[in-house]
Design a protein around this ligand. Structure first.
Ligand code: GDP
Ligand code: IMO
Ligand code: MG
Length: 432
């Protein structure tokens, strides 16, 4: 029995879904613990590509119970569109459970997201405009509506109407478009009715699974440096993707978390605004975008790209208590003559190894790199360490040594089987 957390160690899109998919082969329950439909999690199975936003990536396996935990914010229109899309492709969502304590997203949250971004102008966060921040703000203000409210449709309709009337005034006051309150009430009552069979006490369910000796996977969305507390504030999301958030957002206390896997690409990407020390503009940046297909799953935006940053990874190890890292998209570097690993930052010419506590400082640092020869070999068909060229092994070793935790899983392509064990026999056991 074990509880494993999969958490992004950078700024998102590290390939969390692919690692979840790999580990879910041996797992009974996969639970999302924060975020919402701002996430875009891709799993590639042969010629089939599944892009998931709200439903845990484990849904692709019949033996998995997918859970949307209490820490998630749920957009019902997106959830049902996703269920319909999956079911039309033969993937059953019948076992899906949605926490009664999760909060709901409503159209006014999306209005406020757009208004706030518009007001920020050039300083905008670059959010996904899905209403995530405003929904979490309502949760913190204690005026949010929870999934559990859908159980009683009459009282739910009244709660939505009351909230919508108040929010509508604020939307109009802030310069947004008037919402059709009655249309929203009518539409959301239909959604609420459809949600009813999925609503569950997911905290009890997860504890029962653990006590029953089953394996549980907690699927993070976003990432460490988008975390509301630990990320590059204010250029962050409004939840806690870090491992502490996995406890809060699932209800499984911290002592139950056995294995905490940080996912990092062999380089770095970021969507939206904010500091990015190792960002590479020009030819190298373009090449990473082209080969890595670095366009957002949710918004289609081009991702910013740069070299892998071990100062960030060391910080991710600390704030998440990472037990290991998974290194994905190594194959994207196949054609580079040389590859770089950031090992420290210079501030006013002085070398520092720690991660700055202020975003303003992070925006000023100059990265210090170790430059290594590229391997100039296609890695996609590699299935064991022995298949890897010496240069690729040297690169992995530097990242491993610099980050301070073992690397177990290496990604060498987008497909389910494009992985190898850096430490043999580690994928399922997590032990070296
Ligand atoms: P997530 O949000 O962390 O789950 O990651 P995304 O799904 O948004 O983005 C990762 C992208 O990289 C997806 O298109 C994956 O199919 C792809 N991917 C994952 N691992 C690898 C890998 O090892 N190599 C390559 N080339 N692509 C990968
Ligand atoms: P996955 O789970 C990458 C970014 C947005 C923006 C900031 C705040 O696929 O890794 P929000 O809409 O959350 O208020 O936007 O966070 N962002 C992501 N970037 N991957 C994601 O999810 C993201 N979810 C949000 O681009 O900069
Ligand atoms: Mg993504």
């Amino acid at each position: 029995m074990s509880v494993t957390v999969v958490v992004g160690a950078q700024w998102g899109d590290e390939g969390k879904a692919k690692v979840i998919d790999l580990l879910a082969r041996e797992t009974s329950v996969v639970a999302r613990y924060q975020g919402g439909h701002n996430a875009g999690h891709t799993v590639v199975v042969g010629t089939e590509k599944y892009a998931l936003q709200l439903i845990p990536s484990g849904v692709l396996y019949d033996h998995v119970t997918p859970v949307i935990g209490n820490g998630v914010v749920v957009d019902m229109p997106t959830l049902f569109a996703e269920i319909d899309r999956l079911e039309s492709r033969g993937i059953s969502c019948a076992k899906l459970k949605v926490s009664s304590q999760a909060h709901l997203i409503f159209p006014w949250h999306q209005s406020f997201d757009a208004i706030s971004e518009g007001n920020l102008g050039e300083n905008k966060i670059g959010t996904t405009l899905k209403g995530i921040g405003p929904a979490y703000a309502d949760k913190a203000r204690r005026v949010g509506i929870r999934v559990g409210a859908c159980v009683d449709l009459i009282s739910f309709a009244e709660q939505v109407r009351q909230r919508a009337l108040i929010e509508n005034d604020e939307v109009i006051h802030a310069g947004g478009e008037r919402l059709d309150v009655e249309a929203i009430v009518e539409q959301f009552v239909v959604f609420a009715k459809r949600l009813q069979p999925y609503i569950a006490d997911t905290i009890g369910l997860l504890h029962d699974a653990v006590e029953d000796g089953q394996d549980v996977l907690l699927e993070g969305a976003q990432a460490t440096f988008l975390d509301l507390d630990h990320g590059t504030y204010p250029f962050v999301t409004s939840s806690n993707p870090t491992a502490g958030g996995a406890s809060v957002g699932s209800g499984l206390g911290p002592r139950l978390l056995d294995r905490i896997i940080g996912i990092t690409k062999a380089y770095t990407t970021r969507v939206g605004s904010g500091p990015f020390p190792t960002e590479t503009l020009g030819e190298i940046g373009e090449k990473l975008v082209d080969i890595g297909r670095e366009f957002g799953t949710v918004t289609g935006r081009r991702r910013r790209t740069g070299w892998v940053d071990c100062v960030m990874l060391r910080h991710a190890v600390r704030v998440n208590s990472l037990t290991e890292l998974a290194l994905t998209k190594l194959d994207v570097l196949d054609t580079f003559d040389e590859v770089k690993v950031c090992t420290g930052y210079r501030i006013d010419g002085e070398l520092v190894h720690g991660y700055p506590d202020r975003s303003e400082v992070l925006a000023q640092v100059i990265p210090d790199y170790v430059t290594l020869p590229g391997w100039k070999t296609e890695l996609r068909s590699c299935r064991s360490v022995d298949d890897l060229p010496a240069e690729a092994k040297a690169f992995i070793t530097v990242v491993e040594q610099q980050s301070g935790v073992p690397i177990h899983i290496i990604g060498v392509g987008p497909e389910r089987d494009d992985v190898l064990d850096w430490t043999p026999a580690s994928i399922f056991g997590g032990k070296s």
